[in-house]
Design a protein around this ligand. Structure first.
Ligand SMILES: [Ca+2]
Length: 368
């Protein structure tokens, strides 16, 4: 790739030089002009030439060079044999993939560790709440049907879609083929994970009759309204309207059922709580485990203040968040853990939980 870019740069410069030479010849022949005018004229010409060359030679993207990426070469050998793909067809697809600098930059950006009260502000906005309520109204019948089929309530599904893609409106503009190829072949640190996802993506494309060159997603290859990686898509996406396709880009029913199915498969428990804030600090019991590992009876015996009458056998864990006014202590139940299966972060799960509560509250108020 580097060589290709270098060649391209030389090519680009050569043409620019030629145009520049033409422009200086042109302005030097204007003998009647005084020196100052010539300078101004030359500056205008230089700018025009630059603009012209940008129009003539837009930003160039090159297909994948297998020689330059040994991981791509071995991937091709491995996968074509393994799943009975035509080696030639697969090669043509991979050759069409583009290794993108912007993807490498995005994945290498250090994750900024924000305290909960700052993280919360990103997702708990008036706009996200009101659009969530609108989404619920718009897809009321499908959300109800999904709750009946999967046991996952509308406000949870709505909040997931709100956090992931602002209700399907920000699904990513990278070609999934480029995203996964870049990270599988040019990002050794995560190559094992992303080549597996690329393998799933190729299988998914075959199963769903998709052209692997078409689908778009995030820089990491997450797709559609729910931002499923290819492995999750294959495992959990649902064909709710039974039209033979699992479409998580344009079919709200399939989207809603896919999220619900993901939750059910990860152990969502209908009609059980997600998380409750403790009225008193509990530093001795707080830990960083996401799983609901203790029974409430155990936590109560340890002196945990529990005002609600939850069944003593119900399991939960105690964790701490950095709130605006200092530490907040929370009880996270199994359903909180299930939300972290979507994204392994307590901040993410808490954002989904609180957004879901805010949306539900508003939705119920409007219904009265
Ligand atoms: Ca469908």
């Amino acid at each position: 790739m580097k060589c290709a870019y270098k060649n391209l740069a030389t090519f680009h410069t050569d043409h620019t030089d030629a145009l520049m030479r033409f422009s200086s010849l042109y302005s030097e022949n204007m003998s009647e002009m005084d020196g100052r005018h010539q300078v101004i004229r030359r500056q205008i010409m230089q700018k025009s030439v630059l603009l012209l060359s940008l129009l003539l030679f837009p930003v160039w993207t090159m297909g994948l060079s297998l020689e330059e990426y040994p991981l791509a070469e071995s991937f091709l050998a491995d996968i074509s044999g393994k799943h009975g793909f035509s080696r030639e067809q697969l090669k043509q697809i991979l050759l069409d993939a583009q290794i993108k600098e912007s993807i490498l930059k995005a994945i290498s950006r250090p994750a900024e560790a924000k305290p909960w009260h700052e993280y919360r502000h990103i997702f708990l906005t008036e706009k996200r709440i009101s659009h969530g309520v609108n989404f619920w109204h718009q897809h009321h019948a499908l959300l109800d049907k999904a709750e009946q089929a999967y046991g996952v309530p509308p406000h949870i599904i709505t909040a997931i879609l709100g956090v992931e893609t602002f209700y399907g409106t920000r699904t990513g503009s990278f070609r999934v083929l480029d995203a996964l190829s870049t990270l599988a072949f040019a990002y050794p640190r995560r190559a094992a994970f992303f080549s597996k996802e690329l393998e799933h993506f190729l299988l998914l494309s075959r199963e769903e009759s998709l052209d692997p060159r078409q689908p778009q997603g995030s820089y990491a290859g997450a797709m559609g309204w729910p931002q499923f990686m290819p492995s999750s898509y294959r495992r959990y996406a649902a064909d709710f309207d039974q039209d033979g396709k699992r479409d998580i880009w344009t079919n709200p029913g399939d989207v809603i059922a896919s999220v619900a199915n993901y939750f059910t498969a990860h152990g969502w428990r209908p009609n059980q709580p997600v998380a409750v804030k403790l009225s008193k600090p509990a530093p001795a019991l707080a830990n960083e485990t996401l799983k609901a590992q203790y029974t409430l009876a155990f936590l109560k015996a340890k002196g945990l203040p529990l005002e609600d009458n939850y069944p003593p056998k119900l399991k939960a864990n105690v964790f701490k968040l950095d709130g605006k006014n200092g530490a907040e202590y929370w009880l996270g139940f199994t359903n909180f853990y299930v939300i972290t299966r979507y994204n392994h972060s307590p901040l993410y799960a808490m954002a989904v939980h609180q957004l879901s509560q805010a949306i539900r509250e508003r939705f119920q108020q409007e219904g009265k």
